[in-house]
Design a protein around this ligand. Sequence first.
Ligand SMILES: *[C@@H]1O[C@H](CO)[C@@H](O)[C@H](O)[C@H]1NC(C)=O
Ligand SMILES: *[C@@H]1O[C@H](CO)[C@@H](O)[C@H](O)[C@H]1NC(C)=O
Length: 504
Amino acid sequence: MASRVCVGFLVLVSSILLLLLLLSVSVYADEGEHEHVLTLDHSNFSDTVTKHDFIVVEFYAPWCGHCKKLAPEYEKAALVLSRHDPPVILAKVDASDEPNRELAKKFEIQGFPTIKILRNGGKSAQEYNGPREADGIVAYLKKQAGPASAEIKSAEDVSSLIDETRIFVVGVFPKFSGEEFEKFKVLAEKLRSDYDFGHTSNAKLLPHGGSVNGPTIRLLKPFDELFIDFQDFDVDALEKFIVEASVPIVTVYDKDPSNHPFVNTFFNTPNAKAMLFLNFSEEHLDAFKSKYKDVATAYKGKGISFLLGDSEASQNVFQYFGLKEDQTPLIFIQKKSGQKYLKTNLKPGHIATWLKEYMDGSLKPFVRSEPIPDVNNEPVKVVVADSLQDVVFNSGKNVMLEFYAPWCGHCKKLAPTLDEVAVSFENDPDVIIAKLDATANDLPTEAFDVQGFPTIYFRSASGNLLKYDGGRTKEDIIEFIQNNRDKSTQPSPVESSPVKKDEL
Ligand SMILES: *[C@@H]1O[C@H](CO)[C@@H](O)[C@H](O)[C@H]1NC(C)=O
Ligand SMILES: *[C@@H]1O[C@H](CO)[C@@H](O)[C@H](O)[C@H]1NC(C)=O
């Protein structure tokens, strides 16, 4: 019964990325009455799309906030692109409308808004990964509507095509034919939504100069060695090369928007992620930078990626991981398994030894916890990560534990009921009703599967762990506890002095 649960609480890293995308949103006034974005629905979608070699479709929902923000930008872009030669058509489909659901399913729409670029009369669909403000949309789509790789014939082409703050992939070919060139074209078509491609027969025009022998792929990048040449023309090998070469040794996360695509890449890697945060305005930055880069270089290719973040620009990351400004400089590692490691008040000299301990497996994982409360005398006991073992696993009691989020409406609704349940067990020393704020404490995921709020578990005194999925009335919950509690510890009918539970 999903309606009883506040879902989607797991703030995925992608929401950080969304924030990044939104950093650069600017506002345009609406121009004129006429809509330039085509409205499509299930009745006319196919007919319209099959008529176009290239058409852009936004799948939206009328209630979605990000869609509303995008709408004026998308409209403005549609106006500009309608004057492009040939015109580029922007369309939209209300994917939340029941009759259009089939379309949304066909295009695997997972969230709103999702923009797809359809080519070849709709025969191929590609995700739109571009900006969300009008000028950015126009520039991105103009490029997407053209050939996947642009020919570079002159110095002017170099300066108009190659943006020094971005990654650019150039194929150098003696002639524009043959197997290598065809492979390059396939690759460019495949990766065109994520990278910019060009080709030339004159390597001398390119940044970092020009002696190459035979067909070569040169990847230009705004960091580290600035360019790399590659000559294996297997499409998969080429793709792997481009993806790997596009990750800086140390990704920098600051206020500069040209760094944000690399931050995006960083958070998408399957690697363990090391993140060093400090205040970039303070003078010891250089010492940290150089020590950190040394370490990152030493561990290159060892399954760990490195990010250096300005604490002033990364509030969303701090919030996400529950880190605090006053812990900086700090270094934090998150493994793919979710395990975390943290060192606060870091000095440049600590970096190498700490990383070595991490690599050796001798670091103790970091578990985020609220402080154990000094006073805990409400009927429903407060449990935090640091008291979870004592209260739930080692207390020898029958414990009902609610995982909640402070913002969750269903949890607020349940709270008075849970209070009543707890009051009814107040004189029973073997039953504990407890709650844990799962947004402020890390959970042992091997024990608890918490996908939404509230999630309720019951652990009997003898260690039987059950997820509670019953009704939400006082009677339902009490009955469940009575049925599942450990019988041997049930209190004898003649009860003397009840144990004070506020000592937990
Ligand atoms: C498609 O149909 C809808 C609903 O009838 C209409 O509002 C829209 O203008 C049509 N679009 C085109 C391109 O014909
Ligand atoms: C970063 O340092 C500058 C200069 O010392 C200071 O003004 C600023 O408040 C600091 N920011 C944070 C988030 O600590």
